[in-house]
Design a protein around this ligand. Sequence first.
Ligand code: URA
Length: 244
Amino acid sequence: MPRLDRHLSEYLGIKRSDVRLLLAQGRVQVDGKTATEINQVISRFSVVECDGNRTLANTPRYLMLHKPAGVVSATEDHTHRTVIDLLEQPWKDQLHIVGRLDFNTTGLVLLTNDGRWSRQLSMPGSNLIKRYRVQVEQPLSSAYIEAFQRGFYFEYEGINTLPAELKILSEFEAEVGLVEGRYHQIKRMFGQFDNKVLGIHRFAVGSLVLGADLAPGHSRLLKPAELAALSIKIGHNNSCTAGR
Ligand code: URA
């Protein structure tokens, strides 16, 4: 976290001793309050003003996007369109992706410029359930439910997958709930049954559900209540249980 004196001396091109003077004269405000401590810690989203002029005012941004198929979950790509290319906001290049989806996977993608928030959401202990609708080539059976709940050994990483929820919706369609996001995780889980995945759509992340109001390719800012609900879930145990 940056310190107030360092930020002001760099931004204004003055010595730290001169920053002390500005503070003593009551000319610096942080988030609307007059700053008095030279070593005050600020965040990159603090609003800092000197003589009423903003020296720092980055707005945290939290967006949900309905990713269509054929778009890369990356900020740059030389061949294909990226999720960033789908956005129109002038500040879109400051954003990063929270939890990638494969090229042909559709559905809910979160984007932000707040690294702390994305780290919290992605932490193994966040237990945030990501929900997917999945179409497969071979018929499903109750053996899948138990296997997903038990977890699979992924040789490449040398790990066991955490308990995952699988609900069978029809012979060739299931709903899968994961609390982690390993590379091609769903494809590899069904792959252990030699069952090819034909389609994946992520329709929810925690309490956030992708509604019909957001057409493929479209995005919107998260509402304060949605943000608050997502953050409350972090740290709570909402791990997956099997069901049919
Ligand atoms: N699992 C996959 O295999 N692909 C995705 O895009 C998401 C989860």
